[in-house]
Design a protein around this ligand. Structure first.
Ligand code: C2E
Ligand code: CA
Ligand code: CA
Length: 396
């Protein structure tokens, strides 16, 4: 990538940047924190996102179009990657540029612009299904319209049976036996393809749709657990579980515990073959209420894991009081562990903590042989990661 500094004649002292890309060159990757937005002067940019390791094209942008602008208003990771579809020249707008210009402007203009940019960001976040284009609606109207459209699309998708669960094995390192699967939601949207859960679950959580969708996920997870017991080519381990994710908002659903109980009996399951995954930050949000709901879930007989452990500031004092049988450490620790000794110590420490509390321990995100060997050396019992398998759908 060649970045040129070009003096901006209209604004002496400041510079604008231009960058050129050759076909197939990656400008930025999904998950990176961005600093810049871009305007295409010539060429084509593909906006793609990763679903289970394969790339899906969300859009193709051409001259005059603008992208990556979220980076100007927030430090959230990029939601998609940008790749040159052909040789391109782009104008680069950095956060610093914007801030320098804003600092010189009238405080009222500055304030209004900040508010508008924030609303615009929310509108885009809510409306990923249909990006606003060529519309003259205000940011408020756009936000409302996009949210409505998305909610309707999610309800319609439930009705049309466009959701499905993918399953990823959880493997015991000592003997490489598969101890269970985690159920991971996908939306197979006609004309678009598979959509990853991070892109639509937050929208479902902003409305009551998550309750309906949550009941479907629980029931489908139970149905698949029963199907696995009948169909899996090797006999399942006696402790084989299917793990089902719960969204934070499902903790407010008065029907949650009864829907778990109903699904368990509808599919004739031994409750201990199902494990509910709850993130550490969900638990800490309202500890007293969560504890009551977790006890309700536990009373159905199914197991409970704390997911993304290490990211949610949990109080260790409470850990032993929660009705939880497994800790899953967030994959970020493993990502750092190859080069950072303190991450290795954290993984080994949490594995030891789980053991001393009589809990199971799962490390997420094992992708390479080296990582698997390291985890084994650190005393990790079970691993879930691309090294063993990417998530896959069950044969019907
Ligand atoms: P999670 O619960 O932490 O799920 C693990 C995520 O890590 C999955 O992403 C999985 O595909 C990915 N993963 C597994 N192994 C590897 C690896 O080796 N490398 C990398 N880079 N990634 C790996 P996925 O399926 O996109 O799900 C993302 C998040 O969406 C989940 O994170 C969970 O928070 C949420 N989610 C997924 N399914 C559901 C669901 O049914 N209900 C709710 N409420 N949330 C769900
Ligand atoms: Ca999970
Ligand atoms: Ca996790």
């Amino acid at each position: 990538m060649h970045t040129l500094r070009v003096a901006d004649a209209r604004d002496s002292g400041m510079e604008i940047l231009r960058t050129s890309l050759v076909k197939d060159e990656v400008l930025f990757q999904e998950g990176e924190t961005g600093e810049c937005a871009y305007v295409i002067e010539s060429g084509k940019i593909l906006i793609v996102h990763d679903v289970d390791g394969s790339q899906e094209t969300l859009g193709v942008l051409g001259p005059g179009e603008y992208f990556g602008e979220m980076a100007l208003v927030s430090q959230q990771p990029r939601m998609a990657s940008a790749i040159a579809g052909e040789d391109c020249i782009l104008t680069v707008v950095t956060r610093k540029h914007l801030e320098e210009r804003l600092a010189k402007s009238d405080p009222l203009v500055r304030h209004m612009l900040h508010l508008t940019l924030r609303r615009y960001r929310e509108a885009l976040n809510q409306g990923f299904i249909e990006q606003p284009s060529g519309t003259t609606a205000s940011a408020d109207e756009q936000l409302a319209i996009n949210r409505m459209r998305t909610e309707q699309a999610l309800l319609q998708a439930l009705e049309n049976e466009e959701f499905l669960l993918y399953f990823q094995p959880i493997v015991r390192l000592a003997d490489r036996v598969t101890m269970g699967f985690e159920a991971l939601l996908r939306w197979n949207k006609p004309g678009t393809g598979l959509i990853a859960p991070n892109l639509f679950i937050p929208i479902a959580e902003d409305s009551h749709i998550i309750e309906k969708l949550g009941h479907w996920i629980i029931d489908e997870g139970c149905r698949c657990r029963a199907q696995l017991a009948r169909q899996y080519e090797q006999p399942l381990h006696q402790d084989f579980t299917v793990s089902i994710n719960l969204a934070a908002r499902q903790f407010q659903d008065p029907e949650l515990v009864s829907s778990i109980g109903q699904s368990l009996s509808r599919h004739g399951l031994d409750p201990k073959t199902i494990r509910m995954e709850v993130t550490e930050s969900q638990i800490m949000e309202d500890l007293a209420h969560t504890l009551t709901v977790l006890q309700g879930i536990r009373s159905t007989g199914c197991k409970i894991a704390i997911d993304d452990f290490g990211t949610g500031h949990s109080s260790l004092a409470y850990l032993s009081r929660l009705p939880v049988d497994t800790l899953k450490i967030d994959k970020a620790f493993l990502l750092d562990a190859m080069s950072d000794e303190s991450s290795q110590k954290i993984i080994a420490g949490v594995a030891a903590l789980a053991r001393s509390l009589g809990m199971g321990f799962i490390a997420e995100g094992g992708e390479t042989e080296e990582q698997i060997c390291l985890l084994q050396d650190l005393g990790v019992e079970q691993v879930q990661g691309y090294y063993f398998s990417k998530p896959f759908p069950l044969a019907s």
